[in-house]
Structure formats: C-alpha cells, structure tokens
Design a protein around this ligand. Structure first.
Ligand SMILES: [Mn+2]
Length: 385
C-alpha cells in the first residue's frame, strides 16, 4: 500500500500579491497530483492548509476541484484534515474543504476517534485524522491523543500542529514528539513548512511533509538544504519506507548587496539570473553605507527584467561616524547625547522611522538590559501587544 503525503499547499496564496505566484502554488499542487497518478498510489493524505484562507474565492476552489477530479477519476481518495489556515475564525462557518467533501472529491477527517479504513491485500490501514488544535485546546488534543486505540494491522495519525523540537518559540508549538502515542506506523504531520523526518527506535516514522513551494522567505534556507515536495510512503510493511518527491518550483534567493559596489553586483546578478529557466524572487539584504531610497530603487530597477519580483528584505546599512556626529552635533561621550543620538537615528526618515515615543522605549530597553521582566514588558510595549 502506497500513499502520497502532502501538506500545506496553501492554494490561493498570492505571495507579494503576484498573479504569477498564485499560479506557481497551483502548479506545485498539480505536480503532486500528477505524481500520485503516475505512481498509482492508493491514497493521497493531506495534512492541512489545503487552502490559504478559510473562505477562498470561487476561482481558488475551482482550481482544487480541477485537480481533485483527476484523482477521483483514477479512484484515488484524497484524505484531508483542516489546518489552521483553512479553519474558519467564526463559529458556525464551514471548512472550505466541505464543498469538495460534498462532491465526494475529499475525505474530510473530523472525528479523531474514528479512523478512515483502507484495505488492500493483507494490509488494513487505519488513518486517524486530527483537525488543527489551537494553543488553547492543547489539553484536549493531548487527551484525545492518549485515548486513541490502534487497530490491526497498520495505523497512521494525521496532525497539523507545531512541534516544540522544530519550532521552539513560546506559542508556536502545541506538542512535543514525546506526546505522540506509541503503536502507530507513520505520523503524518503538517503545519511546519520545512521538511523534517525522523525514525523512532520501533521503526515508526514521524514526517513533516512541509509546503510544496516557498511560502515565506524563512523557508528558503530549508529549501536550499532539503528542497520542497512530498513523501511517497510505502506502508506495505510495518516499517514504512519513504521516498522524497521534489517539486520543481520558482527559485527564491536571499542576496546581499553592498552599497559600495552596488552597480557591479547588480550586473553580476543580471548575468546569473538570465540563465534561469524560471525567473527568481530575490530577497535583498542591503549592506554598507546608507544610500538614498530613490537612488537605491532606481539602481535595483535593472533587476526587473531577470526576476519575477525583488524586495528589500533587510537593511543593514550603517552610518559613518561623521554622519552620526552630524546628527547630534556634539560630544558623544555624554550619556544623554548618546541617547539623543539613538533617538535621532531611530526617528529619521531614511532609517527606521520609529515614533519618538517608541525610540524612547528602545532607550529604556538598553538601560534595563539586565532586567528580564522589564525587557519583556518593554518589548511587548514596542511591539504593541
Ligand atoms: Mn501552513
């Protein structure tokens, strides 16, 4: 029995509000549907965030419909759980998958205690599906996980949650790998967009399929290391064997541009990207001396021809000592002047554009750097939470 595990397809996502990016996302989904058909899989399991939003426009649902119909024609079930993105925020609203479920194009697993059962030869596969549980429902999720009863002779859990070991930030995770109940052959996970897999001592596999395209710039690093795509899972034996399927997607790169050699670097980039079959998306880190915005943008314009999109991702330009002195026009050894210098720097048009109030909070932050509680309080104030 062979499954294709895919996740976080985010149909309808329009990165940087580009038509081409919306199309890219459909294209990645289409590639995976074609893999499912060509590999004659027994089912596709989708671990959440099929759609980017819980109320996708008709054209987006239609795209999903087009590809899921092809699967249906080949009698390949598409088994799905809702992710956080495709969970309606308002009570009483229905999941966007529901329409496709009514058309029998999607099996939507909503009761975690009732597995979807598939039989083939001597394999009887029980697929337990959990909808996304938000942080507030963490305890309920743990209770349900512990109450699951595995059935003969293969078992899979589908989840759409953050894991502490992969997303170690407060509020970002609801589960630790240790919370997963024992006795399952394959733990199919969604939510985290970068691929991750590990084999447990008992031969079972925890697998985060990741998103089939780069949805956010944070995913570039993982993409360069592990690519993007899905997992082809052979569950014929107790220990699953997994093959990586890679999608062919539009490249996205983080590039550094030093303002001191900006023209030649831009020319080098143009020469490089001219050979790409898909125009890339560039996330530009500006370094070196500060540069006027309009001058910078006019220089970057040359990249338009060879890229799908470019954007300034980070601005790490620093001011020279002379410029800083001009800013305060005074002796920098005096503490008040240093504070003024920082406030001036942060509130200037061409740098960070902080409000004077926020800039003062930054000063307070620097002065209280040893006091964790105070620092946390100040960061919250600055972030406005
Ligand atoms: Mn997602």
């Amino acid at each position: 029995m062979i499954l294709l595990h895919i996740s976080d397809t985010h149909l309808g996502k329009r990165q940087y509000n580009l038509d081409s990016r919306e199309k890219d996302i459909y294209d990645a989904f289409q590639q995976l549907i074609e893999v499912a058909i060509n590999e004659h899989v027994d089912a596709v399991i989708h671990t959440g965030d099929l759609f980017d939003v819980s109320d996708p426009p008709v054209r987006v649902i239609h795209e999903a419909y087009k590809y899921l119909k092809k699967l249906k024609e080949k009698n390949i079930p598409f088994i799905s759980i809702p992710g956080d993105h495709d969970t309606p925020k308002r009570k009483g609203n229905i999941y966007p998958q529901f329409l496709l479920y009514e058309l029998d194009l999607v099996k939507l697993l909503l009761d975690p205690l009732k597995p979807y059962v598939m039989n083939k030869g001597d394999v009887s596969l029980n697929i337990f599906g959990f909808r996304h549980f938000p942080n507030l429902a963490k305890d309920e999720l743990l209770k349900l996980l512990n109450s699951l009863k595995t059935q003969p002779n293969r078992n899979i859990i589908m989840l759409h949650q953050g894991f502490k070991e992969v997303l170690p930030y407060e509020g970002a995770w609801q589960l630790s790998f240790a919370n997963l109940p024992k006795g399952f052959n394959y733990y199919a996970c969604g939510h985290i967009h970068t691929r991750y897999m590990h084999k447990n001592n008992d031969g079972s596999v925890v697998a985060i399929a990741g998103s089939p395209d780069i949805m956010r710039e944070e995913e570039i690093e993982g993409y360069l290391k592990n690519k993007k795509g899905a997992y082809l899972v052979d569950i014929s034996k107790q220990e699953p064997t997994i093959q990586l399927i890679n999608t062919d997607i539009r490249p996205q790169e983080v590039v550094e541009l030093d303002t001191r050699g900006i023209d030649s670097t831009i020319n080098e980039l143009i020469a490089k990207y001219r050979s790409y079959s898909k125009k890339p998306i560039l996330h530009i880190v500006i370094k070196g001396e500060p540069i006027k915005r309009d001058l910078l943008y006019s220089k970057l314009q040359k990249l338009q021809e060879v890229t799908e999109h470019y954007r300034i991702y980070k601005d790490l330009t620093v001011m020279s000592k002379e410029d800083l002195k001009k800013l305060i026009n005074n002796d920098v050894n005096n503490v008040n002047n240093i504070n003024n210098l920082i406030i001036n720097y942060l509130t200037k048009e061409y740098t960070y554009k902080f409000s004077e109030e926020d800039a003062k909070l930054v000063i307070e932050l620097i002065e209280n750097v040893d006091n964790d509680t105070k620092v946390e309080e100040l960061i919250k104030k600055i972030a406005g939470v």
